[in-house]
Design a binder for this molecule. Structure first.
Ligand code: 4NP
Length: 163
């Protein structure tokens, strides 16, 4: 069976989408689904290509038991729409930027990540880059909830076996 491929997308791929990547990857592992679901992340802008996740994102992740040390930023490419099944954007600007490069024969579904955490009543994961540490705490709260909702959605739609 081919893997279900999930791509988390923000602007720089150093704050929000690496946090979503690390948390969702951990959820997949906890549910024994690492053979069935693959996770990656990318940014709509190329400012930070090759960089590690922001130290504040890594610190907040570490404090909750997630490891982001292995992640390096890359840019979202049109080819990603052919290779991934689900592309999740963190905010509306990311969604529009992704839509702009989506090829006509895209196979990926382009979705808003926070649609999977309706209990928060927030529509966008706010960009924490220019703010303080508390922004990263809030991003992590949103990301953990949306990761749970997304995994439930994917498990409902696909027949997945834990291994
Ligand atoms: P991210 O945050 O999109 O969550 O990775 C940002 C990172 C860098 C910049 C903006 C947002 N920047 O302007 O460099």
């Amino acid at each position: 069976m081919s893997k279900i491929r999930v791509l988390m997308v923000c602007l720089g791929n150093i704050c929000r989408s690496p946090m979503a990547h690390g948390v969702f990857e951990a959820r997949v592992r906890e549910h024994g689904l690492s053979e069935a679901i693959e996770v990656d992340s990318a940014g709509t802008a190329g400012y930070h290509v090759g960089a590690k996740a922001d130290s504040r994102a890594r610190q907040e992740a570490r404090s909750r038991g997630y490891d982001l040390e292995h992640l390096r930023a890359r840019r979202l490419e049109p080819e990603d729409f052919l290779e991934f099944d689900y592309i999740l954007t963190m905010d509306d600007a990311n969604y529009r930027n992704a839509e702009r490069i989506r090829p006509a024969d895209a196979r990926a579904e382009l979705l808003r990540f926070l649609d999977f955490a309706p209990q928060f009543g927030e529509h966008e994961v706010p960009d924490p880059y220019y703010g303080g540490d508390e922004g990263f705490v809030h991003v992590m709260d949103l990301v953990e909830a949306a990761a749970d909702g997304l995994l439930e959605h994917i498990r409902d739609r696909h027949t997945l076996k834990a291994s």
